[in-house]
Design a binder for this molecule. Structure first.
Ligand SMILES: Cc1cc2nc3c(=O)[nH]c(=O)nc-3n(C[C@H](O)[C@H](O)[C@H](O)COP(=O)(O)OP(=O)(O)OC[C@H]3O[C@@H](n4cnc5c(N)ncnc54)[C@H](O)[C@@H]3O)c2cc1C
Length: 443
């Protein structure tokens, strides 16, 4: 894979930078102890579906808090993916294996890992059937399956195309992110039209499509080809970001960087031969030609969740199939012994790893209290965080809650809407360490 040194981290420039970095990293390393939940003796059977960020973090915490519980985790994937790293891989700053580790290395030895997927969920019988046909009974179920990237919903799109014909797909996985970098590298050598989109469904890390637009702009500038490149961002609705003040900031940055935009454009098809993408718009179907594009498909709950009794049966999420939970306790609204955590939870915000960090202790506290016959006051407030990269070496650390309040973790040190080197370091260096600590149940 071609690598670049364009993104080498800048040196400390000012005393202010140094103080900000020290304070930020010190605050990050002051992680809470493994669990504040009271230890409970129980022989309850707990089944966790998915050993990604949320399932693994919860398994580690519950194995410490619950004394005697029989915890089983289902996940067929042998590899764990650190997904926030995909953007760095697709920017040529990290190799594909930067995001890959072994699932087994993160799971506590005291639990049972069944390397199969959940194929059928019967919450009335409190039973899950695996793809291998084994029925597993539970007393408590935690759904942590993440989401499904529905590339099939984009006509003409195939993951085999990524890395050729100007097609990238940062979300698809570490190898696809690396191939996306090769295409972006080629594009920024030559110029042409780069087309960026996002789906109309809920999505994980809604800042990632914007980050990649800014990164492409920055590479073209660094290579001296920006005048030959036209960048177009197609927003799925009237906004670039769901939080109004961040939306306005992105609008200003696009204006400043010369990124053109269209609104209410949802990609429905791609023609790799003609290099044309088709969009659904309020005025009907429209086509936009491209030389490079980062295809981000609609996102939904995995079929086994969507087709189960656990998904929302009314309201705006019926077709996307997210799990019907209370947005504060993350407990199922119809099956009180069921919880959902991470991307699959049907809550208005929170599809980031940073949200997982705050959701997992809530589920741990709620579940533990329920087993002990107590009530828990633990609540998830929608905390979502996005280190929005605006160029190599600069990012805005945007943090917010359900009410779109900005909730900065380092007030007075890291201003959320400023393009800062310290915020870039959070993404490039500190985030992975914090993520790993979270997986171990220590953050
Ligand atoms: C390009 C990109 C950039 C991102 N950037 C950031 C960022 O900067 N900051 C941030 O905080 N977050 C970021 N994220 C989002 C973050 O990675 C996710 O929100 C987080 O991984 C969600 O964790 P999860 O456990 O819900 O899902 P995952 O980590 O995806 O894990 C889900 C697990 O469930 C398993 N599974 C699926 N179906 C089944 C089944 N039927 N049975 C059993 N197991 C199943 C899967 O194999 C997988 O291991 C980014 C994501 C991407 C793709």
């Amino acid at each position: 894979m071609a690598r670049t040194n364009l993104g080498r981290t800048p040196l400390l420039t000012t005393r202010r930078d140094f103080l900000a970095m020290s304070a930020g990293l010190a605050a990050l390393s002051a992680l809470p102890a493994a669990s504040s939940a009271q230890s409970v003796k129980t022989n309850a059977r707990i089944l966790i579906l998915g050993a990604g960020a949320a399932g693994t973090a919860l398994a580690n915490r519950l194995s410490e808090t619950l004394d005697g519980a029989r915890i089983t985790i289902l996940d067929p994937r042998m590899q764990h993916y650190y997904q926030p790293g995909f953007t760095l891989i697709a920017a040529g700053l990290k190799p594909a294996d930067y995001s890959v580790s072994a699932t087994a290395d993160w799971l506590p030895r005291t639990i049972d890992w069944v390397p199969e997927a959940a194929a059928e969920i019967d919450p009335d019988a409190r039973r899950v059937v695996t793809t291998g046909g084994t029925a597993i009974a539970y007393d408590y179920l935690v759904v942590a399956t993440g989401l499904k990237l529905d590339f099939d919903a984009i006509e003409g799109m195939s993951l085999d195309l990524v890395g050729s014909n100007g097609i990238g797909a940062v979300y698809a996985g570490p190898e696809h992110a690396a191939r996306t970098w090769e295409e972006m590298d080629r594009f920024t050598d030559k110029g042409g039209v780069a087309l960026f989109t996002r789906p109309a469904t809920e999505m994980k890390c809604a800042g990632a499509p914007l980050k990649y637009t800014f990164l492409t702009d920055d590479y073209a500038r660094k290579k001296g080809t920006r005048s030959k490149a036209e960048l177009v961002y197609a927003a799925h609705n009237d906004t670039f970001f769901s939080v109004p003040i961040v939306d306005e900031k992105v609008r200003m940055l696009f204006e400043d960087r010369g990124v053109a935009s269209v609104r209410n454009h949802v990609m429905t098809a791609i023609d790799p031969g003609r290099k044309i993408a088709t969009f659904q718009t309020p005025e009907g179907s429209k086509e936009i030609g491209y030389d490079f594009t980062n295809v981000i498909p609609p996102m939904r709950a995995p079929d086994v969740i969507r087709d189960s009794p656990l998904s929302w049966k009314t309201g705006k999420w019926v077709s996307e199939g997210w799990v019907e939970v209370d947005k504060h306790s993350l407990r199922h609204l119809r099956y009180p012994e069921v919880f959902a955590v991470g991307d699959v939870a049907g809550v208005p915000k929170g599809k980031t790893a940073a949200s997982v960090k705050w959701q997992v202790p809530v589920v741990e506290a709620q579940l533990t209290a329920q087993i002990a016959g107590r009530e828990s006051q633990a609540r998830y407030d929608g905390y979502t965080s996005c280190p929005l990269i605006t160029r190599i070496g600069r990012a805005m650390l945007v943090e917010f809650d359900y009410d779109n309040n900005l909730t900065p973790s380092f007030p007075g040190i890291i201003a959320p809407l400023e393009e800062l080197w310290i915020s870039w370091l959070m993404k490039e260096i500190a985030l992975k360490a914090t993520y790993n600590a979270m997986l171990r149940g220590r953050a």
